[in-house]
Each structure stands twice: as structure tokens, then as C-alpha cells.
Design a protein around this ligand. Structure first.
Ligand code: PHE
Length: 451
């Protein structure tokens, strides 16, 4: 821990911030969600809009959220309150923090269930995948979805893992593990890419993901891609704000956020290419949905040399990546309880974890016994996913952009980001105009107000 003017604990080094922020960003969103969303949204059209959103909205907002956390020095609600006060504005801006810390818990409820799937496959991979065909891969995943008890068990294990870390305080251990495991995850994804080139259909994957076809870009694709760009960079949910608050004063926000966004995007694109090269080589359906990676990769592991070792490493590393992300989902709310109501950190973590766990049980059941339960035409899992990615995250991002661009004093903002004059004016204009306008237009379009 470095000594700083405040009593809050801080990361041990600049690297630590990059690592934990990348740890939050890189997770199931990259390995599980990005490929399946690309598949269900027509491939390249989705990828293109997603990339545009990362560059044009995501990275700038990542910087904004980090600076709010650092300047606000507190959990997301108090940080927003503090910075709003400094800017001479009302405490109603705390609502942004509130949307974040509660939205994060909603995400965690289904995130943990999916992470549970990964744990189950991690165990399956220890005994090795042999002779897996498209049919057995699909039925293997189907049998998991049809077994609420098993899913609930893994979800429970994963929630305990998450709570156990948050109960101790996040500046303790996770930064160290991240330093080794994130690069290792990158390595294993590269290994899968090599397999894709050698033994699967990489050209088809490249065509699917990068062949430009403007006619495929529909409002629904744009909406999904924007939502995913928020999800993958952990935006609008307080996670980045919470981590930014542990960042010390003289670290460059712009440079660090840039590295995080690049690493996050790279992992997603590589994972996508690896998976689609297998999908096309085996004649599978790219639009298989949330089970996509679990229905494709075991087949590859069952056929490649050292497949068992690669399979085990893959699932262990993905489980780890999911773990570091889920910690960042729980931390903001717990920090809020601890700082606001002086609740003991352990009590806050276990209590909040229990509530999230309960919601997660409903998610487990939504794949089987409660499959018929629908709200707005969506099952529980889809509802939580859409509500957070498509509504809460962009909404929170919109408010953050308006706050940083119009409410805060420009001098304070530029002190924090410490960009060159040119960089500052570009980024600042994105905050003031581009982000708010683009997000609003996309919302209005989807609501059918424009079109
Ligand atoms: N970014 C994480 C992922 O891609 C998920 C996440 C979303 C984490 C929001 C924190 C906040 O897996």
C-alpha cells in the first residue's frame, strides 16, 4: 500500500491498477458473451459497431469513470456526491452511483451462474474430452441446463469464491494473481488461434467477423453492440469508479485506460476468431446462443494434441477471469455499505452476496423449471441481461458523460486526465457531444421515436 493523503487503501503500483481494471474488464464478456453475441447478431456487422463503440464511447467513458472515482475518493455514490458538491451541483447526482452499484448486483446474479457453467466444464475437462461430436457437445450442455441443482451448486461455489475475496478487501490479494493469470489467459487464447489456423476454418471465421456488409447493420444490432461495449469494459456499474478511487494521484488515467481497452478488445477478437474457426470447420450454427463456447470448444479439445492440458488450462483461466470480474461487481455495493453505514466489511460482503445468490437461483431455474416465467416477453436470465447491458449501463454512461462534460469544472477535469492539449480537446468534445448524442439517438431509435 502506498501512503497517500487519504485514509483509503491504494493500489501498490501503477501496474496494479491496470491489472485489476483489466481483470474487471476481461471476463466472461470477452470469452463467452462476445462470441455468442457476434454469432446471434450476424457477425461482422456486430463486430464493426462494437469496435466503433469501444473507440468512440467506451474508452472515453472508461477514462471519465476512472477520474470520477479518483477525484471523488469514495464508493460510487459518495464519489458522485463529492464531485458534484465540488462542482457546485446537487447531491442528486448520486443517483448515477446508485444505478451503478445496484445494476452491478443484477449482473452478478447471472454472471455467477454462467461462471458456474465454466466451473462445471473445468471439472469435465480434467477427465478429458474424448470423441466429442456436435451432437454430444450439444447434449452435454443441454444436460447441464436441464439440471438446476447442479447449476445452483456451481453458482453457490462461485459466489462463495467472490464473497470471500471482497470480504477481505480487494486491494489485498487479487492484484498479484492478476499479474500472472491475465497474460496466461492471453497465451491460451493464442494457442486456440493457432489451432484454428492449423486444424479448423480460420478463413471462414475471418470472413464472418470482418467481411464488411453494411446491409446487416440494423438498429437491433447497433443496440446490442453498444450494450456489449459497455458490458465488456465494465462501464456504468461503479466498478471502474470504485477501482479508480484506489488509484493514486500521479498515475496517467488516459494511458492506463487505453491499455485496458486494447487488451480487452484484443482478447475478445481473438476468442471470437478461435471459436468461429471451430464453428465453421464443424458445420455448427454460429447463432447457437449462450451455449456457443461450451458447444464448440470441447470438440476442439477432444481432437487437438495435448487437448486435455489445453482444455484444463483454458477453463481454469476463464474461471479466474470471471472471478476477477465478479469481484469488481460486488465491491462497489459493499464499499458503499461499509463507508456509508459503517457495516463490518465481512457482514456487508456476505449479506449482499446472499441476496445476489438468491436472485441467481432464480436465474438457474429460468433455464428449466421456470422456463415459462416471462416478463416483457423475456425469461429471467434474458431480462436481467437486457435490463443491465441495454438500459442501465448506457443510461449511467450517458449521465456520466453529461456530468463530466457539462457539470464539472473543465479545469478539474483536465487536471485529472492530464492529456495533451489536443488530446484533451478531442476527448472533452466526445464527452460533451458525441457520447451523449450517440447514446441518446440509439435509445430513441430503439424506443421507436426516430427511425
Ligand atoms: N466486463 C466484465 C466482462 O466482460 C463484466 C463486468 C461488467 C464487470 C460490469 C464489471 C462491471 O466479463
Amino acid at each position: 500500500m502506498t501512503t497517500t493523503a487519504t485514509a483509503r487503501s491504494h493500489w501498490t503500483s501503477r501496474w496494479a491498477f491496470i491489472m485489476v481494471t483489466a481483470g474487471s474488464a476481461i471476463g466472461l464478456g470477452n470469452i463467452w458473451k462476445f462470441p455468442y453475441m457476434t454469432g446471434t447478431n450476424g457477425g461482422s456487422a456486430f463486430v464493426l459497431v462494437y469496435l466503433a463503440c469501444i473507440v468512440g464511447i467506451g474508452l472515453p467513458l472508461l477514462m471519465a469513470e476512472t477520474l470520477l472515482g479518483r477525484r471523488g475518493q469514495g464508493n460510487p455514490m459518495d464519489a458522485m456526491g463529492n464531485v458534484a458538491r465540488e462542482a457546485g451541483s446537487g447531491s442528486y447526482w448520486k443517483i448515477v452511483g446508485f444505478i451503478g452499484i445496484t445494476g452491478a448486483l443484477l449482473i452478478l446474479s447471472f454472471y455467477s451462474v454462467v461462471a458456474g457453467w465454466i466451473l462445471e466444464y473445468m471439472v469435465r475437462s480434467f477427465s478429458g474430452f474424448t470423441g466429442i461430436t456436435a451432437e454430444t457437445a450439444a447434449s452435454g450442455f443441454g444436460s447441464l441446463l436441464g439440471n438446476p441443482l447442479k447449476m445452483a451448486m456451481w453458482h453457490t461455489v462461485f459466489m462463495i469464491m467472490t464473497v470471500a475475496v471482497v470480504a477481505r478487501g480487494v486491494t489485498g490479494g487479487i492484484e498479484k494473481a492478476n499479474k500472472i493469470l491475465m497474460p496466461a489467459l492471453f497465451g491460451i487464447v493464442v494457442a486456440l488461434i493457432i489451432y484454428g489456423f492449423v486444424a479448423a476454418d480460420m478463413p471462414a471465421a475471418i470472413r464472418f467477423m470482418f467481411h464488411f456488409d453494411a446491409s446487416q447493420i440494423t438498429p437491433a444490432v447497433i443496440f446490442s453492440a453498444m450494450g456489449h461495449s459497455f458490458f465488456t469494459l465494465s462501464l456504468g456499474m461503479g466498478s471502474i469508479m470504485a477501482y479508480g478511487s484506489y488509484l493514486d494521484r500521479n498515475t496517467s488515467i488516459a494511458r492506463n485506460c487505453f491499455y485496458v481497452a486494447v487488451a480487452d478488445t484484443l482478447i475478445a477478437l481473438l476468442a471470437g476468431l478461435a471459436i468461429f474457426s471451430i464453428v465453421f470447420a464443424k458445420g455448427l450454427a454460429p447463432a447457437a446462443g449462450p451455449g456457443l463456447i461450451l458447444q464448440t470448444l470441447p470438440m476442439a479439445f477432444s481432437q487437438m494434441p495435448f487437448g486435455q492440458a489445453v482444455g484444463v488450462s483454458f477453463f481454469v483461466l476463464v474461471a479466474f477471469a470471471a472471478w476477477t470480474s465478479s469481484i469488481s461487481l460486488l465491491e462497489p455495493f459493499v464499499a458503499f455499505l461499509v463507508e456509508k453505514f459503517s457495516v463490518d466489511r465481512k457482514v456487508a460482503a456476505w449479506g449482499t452476496g446472499f441476496a445476489v445468490w438468491l436472485l441467481g437461483i432464480a436465474v438457474c431455474l429460468s433455464f428449466n423449471d421456470w422456463g415459462g416465467v416471462k416478463l416483457f416477453g423475456l425469461g429471467i436470465f434474458d431480462l436481467l441481461d437486457s435490463l443491465t447491458s441495454k438500459i442501465l449501463m448506457p443510461l449511467s454512461g450517458l449521465l456520466i458523460a453529461i456530468f463530466v462534460g457539462w457539470v464539472m469544472k473543465k479545469q478539474h477535469v483536465s487536471d485529472e486526465v492530464a492529456l495533451s492539449a489536443g488530446g484533451m480537446s478531442l476527448w472533452y468534445n466526445v464527452m460533451r457531444f458525441v457520447s451523449p448524442i450517440v447514446i441518446t439517438l440509439i435509445f430513441m431509435n430503439v424506443m421507436g421515436w426516430i427511425g
